[in-house]
Design a protein around this ligand. Structure first.
Ligand SMILES: Nc1ncnc2c1ncn2[C@@H]1O[C@H](COP(=O)(O)OP(=O)(O)OP(=O)(O)O)[C@@H](O)[C@H]1O
Length: 348
């Protein structure tokens, strides 16, 4: 079977991925705002969070536990750091996959100070035993420490100071309801509109010490897939372009030239997205097509197509998922410069 994407250009694929790249943590750090005021967008969430934190401070107690839910790269880690900063308390950072045994979590919670924030990223990936320990720690501020082994083992309750757990998850549905119920405040982060990403890009440019024209920031924002992490990554690649071409400021032409090099198009689609849409329209006559056939045609893992491409293609209306398979919409046909079949809507 011919493959449309057999020379997968990894760089271009990762450029629009909302997941952090392995070397990206430090660069993510330098661009993090540290107050609610400088956190761009999400106005409702910010207002609710401000009220929630102000009330806790006025009552003189640590706030209830907070759950931050939403797709990767939208600012969950950033918000958790902001909460700690606004409260003026330290933050301890861990993640579901980093905790292998309940004991790992027991030693973290038992070393927390009064009021401290414990950030647990990917909290849906905590092992079951750790989850159960967390229920008690969050609700009763207690852990039961096991002393001894075998039939003679006994558990000694250890009282913990009051602290605040901030859990972050990209898969809220995977959280067991007893755990979800222990959060007093749940915030859902949404994809950012272009106008907010434009402001975010101008702020990041400031932090990085580069001058970016407003229309250049707009061009970047429309290609950033609603995701701050992608916006910041594209900005850094455009900065490289400006440095190499000795430009004193980034214009919209520079953005278009740089992103053409990285094969990211006017809608933020990369080569894999285009390969998927092309396969659907040309090889499968618009669909319906199953995930496995589609992935084989583009030469990618089904999981990559499903998790990296599809969410954005569906969200932007290029593709629809039906019980019979994936279908290319007229927007996909038009974007590829192809004429949609007359009966495109009857495919749904
Ligand atoms: N609202 C925002 N304003 C300014 N910068 C932001 C905002 N949201 C995210 N960022 C920036 O985007 C990058 C990614 O954000 P962050 O690490 O907080 O995302 P995340 O949701 O925790 O991602 P993941 O789920 O992959 O851990 C960081 O550099 C952060 O500074």
């Amino acid at each position: 079977m011919p493959q449309l994407f057999n020379d997968a250009n990894e760089e271009s694929l990762r450029m629009v991925s909302a997941e952090p790249q392995s070397n990206e943590q430090v660069s993510d750090e330098e661009l993090r705002p540290d107050t609610l005021e400088t956190f761009i967008g999400q106005p409702h969430l910010k207002a609710q969070m401000k009220l929630f934190l102000d009330a806790a401070q006025l009552r003189g107690v640590p706030p209830d536990h907070i759950l931050l839910a939403g797709p990767p790269g939208l600012g969950k880690t950033t918000l958790s750091m902001i909460v700690a900063h606004e409260l003026g308390v330290p933050i301890r950072v861990t993640s579901g996959p980093a905790i292998q045994h309940a004991g790992d979590l027991a030693s973290i919670v038992s070393s927390l100070d009064e009021g401290e924030v414990l950030f647990i990223d990917e909290i849906h990936r905590l092992p079951r035993a750790a989850e159960e320990l967390l229920y008690i720690a969050m609700e009763d501020f207690r852990v039961d420490v096991m002393v001894g082994k075998g039939p003679g083992a006994s558990s000694i309750p250890l009282t913990l100071p009051r602290f605040t757990v901030i859990g972050a998850t990209t898969r809220e549905g995977m959280l067991p309801s007893p755990l979800r119920a222990r959060f007093g405040f749940t915030a859902h982060l949404d994809y950012y509109p272009h106008s907010e990403l434009e402001r975010l890009i101008l702020r990041s440019a400031d932090v990085l010490g580069i001058t970016v024209d407003k229309d250049a920031a707009y061009e970047l924002s429309v290609r950033s897939r609603g995701t701050p992490r992608v916006a910041n990554r594209l900005l850094r690649r455009v900065r490289d372009w400006a440095i190499v071409h000795s430009l004193s400021r980034v214009s919209s032409e520079a953005v278009l030239d740089a992103l053409e090099l990285y094969q990211i198009d006017s809608e933020g689609l990369d080569r894999l997205d285009i390969a998927v849409l092309t396969a659907m329209c040309k090889q499968f006559a618009g669909g319906p097509v199953g995930l496995n056939n589609l992935s084989a045609m583009v030469g990618e893992e089904a999981e990559t197509v499903e998790t990296v491409c599809e969410p954005y293609l569906v969200r932007e209306g290029f593709m629809a998922r039906t019980p019979r398979g994936r279908i290319a919409t007229s927007k996909a046909w038009n974007h590829l410069g192809l004429t949609p079949p007359d009966d495109v809507t009857s495919l749904f």
